[in-house]
Design a protein around this ligand. Structure first.
Ligand code: GAP
Length: 547
């Protein structure tokens, strides 16, 4: 990221904390890595994004119905979906840089090749040289930001070679690969690392059972112990869902039958998902606990590519419709080698983040893979019978088939980051003394804005607070989130609400008592107009609907 782009992320992170959008989780205890809490404004923004999604995907469509499934599902769901197998990759830690990576994707220098450790700068090279000396008692040669002196001896060994020597001074076990970022061969053992969070269901204390098993099998070898412990854990193991999608496949029949849905139709769900991500990055972009908004749209076989294009365009337009910079949203078709094993085509909807274009939502054509897998593993008949259609195989009326699926799968928390980045705006304005000052405005779409209007008495006396509170009460009755705010000078209050993204400020002043009017200030243009106080609710409601 360039300095400027880096600073945009820094500004967003700092504004999020100051204004109450997002806090580091458990901050007073030093924080929990990559876990975040959505503060007073963040929770509103997140809910508004998710409610708008629900409105457009469920309430405004006759062909989509919603569910809210439990986060913990039967473990067989994850066997059928392939998550238990596919999510388990051997991972390795670099003992020097602490980088964690997949062993099967790492570079593999061959026998006889040098193993230079490439650091980002000379300072890091010095620090790694010292760390290696302390831990392995060898002093690698520093050449700028590269550490030299290591070479692969054979498939299982690498060695340290003094300058101009062909005989290794010391040897070490070689894993057959090196760390991808630095090229370091000092590595931990490979470990299975499951991307799903596992927990235990039921009252039996698994640790007790494991310790008894260990006592009774003191002489067993490590393989037998591993298998025995696995068996005990497996009996009550359940997983936090890594995606909301699977519940929609598992509840396909219940939803279709209870709501008499006819193909093509969709089932939508939004909520928390959990992934023990190897790399968590860019603030809330990739975290271990996040929220998704997913829909599985069941279609007739053969029609999937038309529907894929339909949902790709629909979803892209949806994201753009709340943005100040719609040109930063694009879609990208997956190359054949990028496709997940269950997909016959896929698009990513991408946003231009400060670090470049990256994923915001995936729109995948998942074929009939999921329904077929769940039918196979559960024994349930997850198919659809269309009386009006001719069976292409028999030529007779009535066709039973397994529907194909188009899946628009969006990140709600990732979408929140996108709209924060999109909304951040700085401009130079004159302050009360006529000096230049920087105004920070979060130009959030009014329907996404956490607070729809701030109701501000100009002063805390002369009956103005009472009038302001009456206006607040009108808004509350209509279910619109407004905030009464009387602290600090009016200019400071406007700036505070600009940073909170509040689209309208309604000010009660001396004139209100004379003619019953208030001012309404627009966040983006700063233009103010006088309106009757009694009309404030209707005017804001109209602006929200038309925004
Ligand atoms: N059911 C398909 C599925 O889950 P995915 O591409 O893995 O597909 C869909 O996830 C969306 O969920 C992503 O486009 C992204 O917006 C969001 N997402 C995935 N992993 C995430 C994470 N670790 N942190 C935040 N958002 C994430």
């Amino acid at each position: 990221m360039s300095k400027e782009q880096n600073s945009l992320m820094d500004k967003i992170v700092s504004l999020c904390k100051q204004r109450g959008f997002i806090f580091q989780s458990s901050e007073i205890y030093g924080g929990l890595k990559s876990a975040y809490d959505y503060g007073p404004l963040g929770v509103e923004l997140k809910r508004n994004i998710m409610n708008e999604w629900w409105r457009s995907m469920v309430h405004e469509r006759e062909d989509v119905t919603g569910i809210d499934a439990s986060i913990v599902m039967h473990p067989k769901v994850w066997h059928a979906s392939g998550h238990l197998a596919g999510f388990s990759d051997p991972l390795v830690d670099c003992l020097i840089s602490k980088e964690r990576f997949r062993a099967d994707k790492a570079p593999q220098p061959k026998v006889g090749e040098e193993l230079p450790i490439s650091c980002v700068d000379k300072g890091q090279a010095k620090a790694y040289q010292e760390a290696i000396k302390k831990r392995f008692e060898i002093e690698l040669r520093r050449n700028g930001k590269t550490l030299e002196g290591l070479r692969v001896i054979d498939e299982k060994t690498f060695g340290f070679f003094e300058t101009d020597s062909d005989v290794s001074a010391t040897t070490f076990p070689y894993a057959g690969y090196v760390g991808p970022t630095f090229g370091c061969p000092f590595l931990s053992e490979e470990r299975q690392f499951n991307l799903m969070f596992r927990t235990q269901l039921g009252p039996v204390d698994v640790l007790n059972r494991i310790s008894k098993f260990m006592e009774n099998n003191r002489d067993a070898d490590s393989k037998a112990i591993r298998e025995g412990v696995d068996e005990i854990v497996k009996e009550s193991a359940v997983y936090l869902r890594p995606e909301t999608a699977q519940a929609m496949f598992v509840q396909f029949l219940n939803c279709q039958q209870s709501m008499s849905m006819k193909v093509p139709f969709g089932i939508a769900q939004m909520g928390k998902s959990f992934r023990n991500e190897i790399t968590t990055e860019h603030f809330i972009f990739r975290s271990c606990e996040f929220e998704q908004m997913e829909m599985e749209f069941f279609v007739e076989p053969g029609t999937q590519h038309e529907w894929l294009d339909y949902w790709r365009d629909k979803r892209l337009e949806w994201w753009k419709s709340y943005a100040n910079h719609p040109e930063k949203f694009i879609y990208r078709k997956h190359d054949a080698d990028e496709l997940a094993h269950y997909a016959d085509a896929c698009y990513d909807i991408e946003y231009e983040y400060p670090w470049g274009y990256d994923e915001l939502e995936g729109v995948a054509s998942r074929t009939d893979y999921d329904l077929k897998k769940h039918a196979e593993h559960s024994g349930a008949k997850l198919s659809y019978f269309d009386q009006q259609k001719e069976d292409p195989k028999t030529g007779k009326m009535g066709w039973r088939y397994t529907p194909y699926v188009i899946e628009p799968a969006a990140g709600a928390t990732r979408g929140l980051l996108v709209y924060l980045l999109d909304a951040y705006h700085e401009e130079t304005v004159k302050d009360a003394k006529g000096n230049d000052s920087t105004r920070v405005v979060m130009k959030l779409h009014p329907r996404l804005a956490p607070i729809k209007a701030a109701i501000l008495p100009l002063v805390k006396k002369e009956g103005l607070p009472e009038i302001a509170r009456e206006i607040v009460a009108d808004f509350f009755k209509a279910g619109i989130n407004v905030k009464y705010d009387e602290n600090h000078a009016i200019g400071k209050r406007y700036r505070r609400h600009d940073e909170a993204g509040t689209p309208y400020c309604i000010t009660v002043d001396g004139q209100t008592k004379e003619d019953g009017t208030v001012t309404i200030r627009d966040r983006d243009t700063m233009a103010q107009e006088r309106i009757p106080a009694k009309e404030a609710l209707r005017i804001v409601q109209e602006r929200l609907v038309n925004s």
